[in-house]
Design a protein around this ligand. Structure first.
Ligand SMILES: *[C@@H]1O[C@H](CO)[C@@H](O)[C@H](O)[C@H]1NC(C)=O
Ligand SMILES: *[C@@H]1O[C@H](CO)[C@@H](O)[C@H](O)[C@H]1NC(C)=O
Ligand SMILES: *[C@@H]1O[C@H](CO)[C@@H](O)[C@H](O)[C@H]1NC(C)=O
Ligand SMILES: *[C@@H]1O[C@H](CO)[C@@H](O)[C@H](O)[C@H]1NC(C)=O
Ligand SMILES: *[C@@H]1O[C@H](CO)[C@@H](O)[C@H](O)[C@H]1NC(C)=O
Ligand SMILES: *[C@@H]1O[C@H](CO)[C@@H](O)[C@H](O)[C@H]1NC(C)=O
Ligand SMILES: *[C@@H]1O[C@H](CO)[C@@H](O)[C@H](O)[C@H]1NC(C)=O
Ligand SMILES: CC(=O)N[C@H]1CO[C@H](CO)[C@@H](O)[C@@H]1O
Ligand SMILES: [Cu+2]
Length: 619
């Protein structure tokens, strides 16, 4: 049940596809590249679930929002028209945005937000990428209702998939439903770093399913109609704010064939585990006795003594065309605390090297090593003196990387960096250190409960945390989850780059022992890597995309609480390895501020543009 305002545009009408023919001399392309154009009208409307009318912010009146379906090499143009009362940006999650950081959609990092009644047009290419990605608002909490799939098909058609061609392809979006105004939750979270709200339901393709009801009337559920013997490619996306999910289908197995728009060696399992930010493409063959089968998505939960959060499961139904009535069969789900299954699932992924799908080489030499601890801490609000035991409100709970919590900049960093505005240069922001300031038993569970042991470590502080990388550097990062006040996993997402996942494990990373386990042959390539509960993961990536890139945990509360840094990749030596100028309708915000040391960019944009240009030409 939902009520909607008139802003809902028929999706088809909002999509215009124009085709540009390239005259490439060397190879005949099977189909020409296109410009795929969408208009996203962001608006506020009311939806009713669980007997409660709730204000939601949506694109084109729908949850999930429209899918962007393109072919590898196409260009995408999305006109965002903000008719909502909120500041909005849209992030194209996993799209590499090569030399196009301007369209990455992170407020106060890559752009000023699109303010109410303003428009901005995002333009980007999906060259060199195939598979399932997604888009979402990069504004606190609103991504729960502002998201949709990005589906990139191979230029050579479905017969070029490195797995049997499926009969149908189905987006399968797992999300959460909040029976409350998320903009209110977001304000509360931003102001106090206080989080005491939980999702009311989980959803599949926007539907709550029959585990939920309003006065006994079950909620609508997603039904996947299948024909016996046919195969289905599920493009699974986790858009939820809070949880990693276990997904099972009674009587069926998955063959995982891709993740984060990178093919993986086909891996057959009865359980998919997917964290917020990840995508998993899995083939499901309708090879069970014709009938009805539940597809259950269950949020997992950190084991005790960690705080437990109420997060409900949801289910869809796989229904054979030849089935005649009867109750659906339910799968046997793992224990919700059995989080080691996430480690197993993710450890079983490896990349697929194939002549038709070349992959970049795994960096064998490393220029920079980072060891990054992830955890919680207590910080004092700026300008206050704090004492934890005073119980004053100035000591706030924050999330950290190497014992520093990210403080949001007050003006966007990317234009400041591009135009060399005072305050944005190296030395003006706090550099993310190579390693944490203290070595302790990072994963000791006795640090989870609040008490004297944990208090000795919890003090931390806030700063705008950045790390600079020379163009082309090969970077190794080990993310280590810690147990201060909680033992959560952390799905870490890097913008603008994919990361090779070399190894992962539980406990403390032990360089001597664990480096020997690195997979340098066929590690999976991901934009979001899951750092296991009280465990670690080691990745490598090449910093070859100039710009200012967000790197953060994809759990919304960790993100809002500061488990974030920006990675600043410097320009390379040539024009085609440097960031070009911003787009013409690039939004601006705030009054110009020329104070030295301020991060606020100003009108010197235009004057310094020439300096920038000559710097590029001069090298
Ligand atoms: C949503 O419901 C509220 C309360 O009933 C109402 O004031 C508001 O106008 C509604 N909004 C829309 C967009 O219909
Ligand atoms: C935004 O786009 C809409 C629809 O194309 C248009 O009607 C409106 O004038 C634009 N607003 C601004 C501020 O450009
Ligand atoms: C792969 O998954 C299986 C089944 O869950 C598990 O037993 C095995 O340990 C996993 N492999 C790795 C390397 O974790
Ligand atoms: C860390 O703590 C855990 C749990 O108490 C313990 O099993 C482990 O041996 C400790 N590790 C180190 C390096 O002290
Ligand atoms: C973080 O830094 C503060 C201040 O230097 C220190 O008191 C605290 O123990 C550190 N905590 C961790 C986890 O490193
Ligand atoms: C940049 O251009 C040069 C010369 O045209 C070419 O050799 C090089 O491969 C290009 N580099 C990238 C990263 O596109
Ligand atoms: C929206 O963004 C502008 C520009 O940064 C800012 O001044 C304003 O306070 C923001 N509004 C809200 C509701 O956050
Ligand atoms: C929101 C709502 O009406 N929930 C109801 C679902 O059904 C159970 C029992 O069947 C009720 O207890 C809930 O109140
Ligand atoms: Cu996290």
């Amino acid at each position: 049940m939902q009520t909607m305002k008139s802003w809902s545009l028929p999706t088809a009408a909002a999509v215009v596809a124009a085709t540009i023919f390239f005259s490439l001399s060397t190879m005949a392309l099977p189909a020409a590249s296109a410009i795929v154009e969408h208009t996203f009208v962001v608006s506020q409307m009311n939806m009713t679930h669980l007997c409660k009318e709730t204000p939601v912010t949506v694109v084109n009146g729908q949850i999930p929002g429209p899918s962007i379906e393109v072919t590898e090499g196409d260009s995408v143009t999305v006109h965002v028209v903000n008719k909502s009362p909120h500041n909005i940006t849209i992030h194209w999650h996993g799209v590499k945005q090569r030399r196009n950081c301007w369209s990455d959609g992170v407020p106060m990092v890559t752009q000023c937000p699109i303010q109410p009644n303003q428009n901005f047009t995002y333009r980007f290419s999906v060259a060199g990428q195939v598979g399932t990605l997604w888009w979402h608002a990069h504004v606190s909490c609103l991504r729960a209702t502002l998201h949709g799939a990005i589906i990139i098909r191979p230029r050579l058609g479905a017969s070029s998939y490195p797995f049997p061609k499926p009969d149908r392809e189905i987006p399968f979006i797992i999300g959460d439903w909040w029976a409350m105004d998320l903009s209110v939750v977001a304000r509360r979270m931003e102001k106090d770093n206080f989080f005491d709200y939980f999702p009311s339901a989980s959803t599949i393709n926007g539907k709550l399913g029959d585990l939920f009801n309003c006065s006994g009337v079950p909620e609508d559920g997603f039904v996947l109609g299948v024909e016996a013997g046919k195969s289905y490619l599920l493009r699974i996306i986790n858009t939820a704010l809070f949880s990693e999910y276990f997904l099972k289908i009674a009587g069926h197995k998955f063959t995982v064939v891709a993740s984060d728009a990178n093919y993986v060696r086909p891996y057959t399992t009865d359980l998919v585990v997917i964290a917020p930010g990840e995508t998993i493409d899995a083939l499901v063959v309708a090879d069970a006795p014709p009938g009805k089968y539940y597809m259950v998505a269950m949020p997992n939960q950190a084991p005790l003594p960690d705080t437990q959060t109420p997060e409900p499961s949801t289910r869809a139904t796989m229904q054979y065309s030849s089935s005649n009535g009867g109750k659906p069969v339910a799968p046997v789900m793992p224990d919700q605390h059995d989080v080691v299954r996430s480690l197993y699932f993710h450890s079983n992924l490896s990349s697929l090297r194939h002549p038709r799908h070349p992959l970049p080489p795994v960096p064998q030499q490393v220029d920079q090593h980072l060891f990054i601890t992830l955890g919680l801490g207590m910080a004092c609000r700026q300008g206050f003196k704090c004492n934890r035991d005073d119980k004053n409100d100035n000591m706030i709970l924050v999330a950290t990387m190497n014992n520093i919590s990210f403080q949001k900049p007050t003006a966007p960093l990317l234009p400041a960096h591009y135009y060399h505005v005072a305050g944005s240069n190296r030395g003006d922001l706090l550099e993310l250190p190579d390693r944490p300031p203290r070595v302790f038993n990072f994963t000791d569970p006795s640090l989870i409960p609040i008490g004297p042991k944990e208090k000795a470590l919890e003090t931390t502080y806030m700063a705008t945390l950045a790390r600079w990388f020379r163009y082309g550097s090969a970077v190794e990062m080990v993310f280590q989850s810690t147990s201060i006040m909680q033992g959560d996993s952390n799905p870490m997402h890097l913008h603008g780059h994919d990361m090779f996942v070399l190894a992962q494990g539980v406990g403390n990373f032990d360089a001597a022992k664990d480096r020997a386990r690195y997979n340098l042959v066929d590690p999976p390539l991901k934009n979001t890597v899951v750092v296991p509960n009280l465990g670690w993961v080691a990745i490598r990536f090449v910093a070859d995309n100039p710009g200012v890139w967000y790197m953060h945990c994809h759990y919304e509360f960790h993100l809002a609480m500061g488990m974030t840094a920006v990675f600043i990749v410097e320009d390379g030596p040539t024009v085609n390895t440097s960031l070009p100028a911003p787009p013409v309708d690039y939004p601006s915000c705030g009054r110009p501020n020329r104070k030295k040391g301020s991060l606020v960019p100003d009108e010197s944009y235009l004057q310094t543009r020439e300096i920038k240009a000559s710097r590029i030409d001069g090298v």
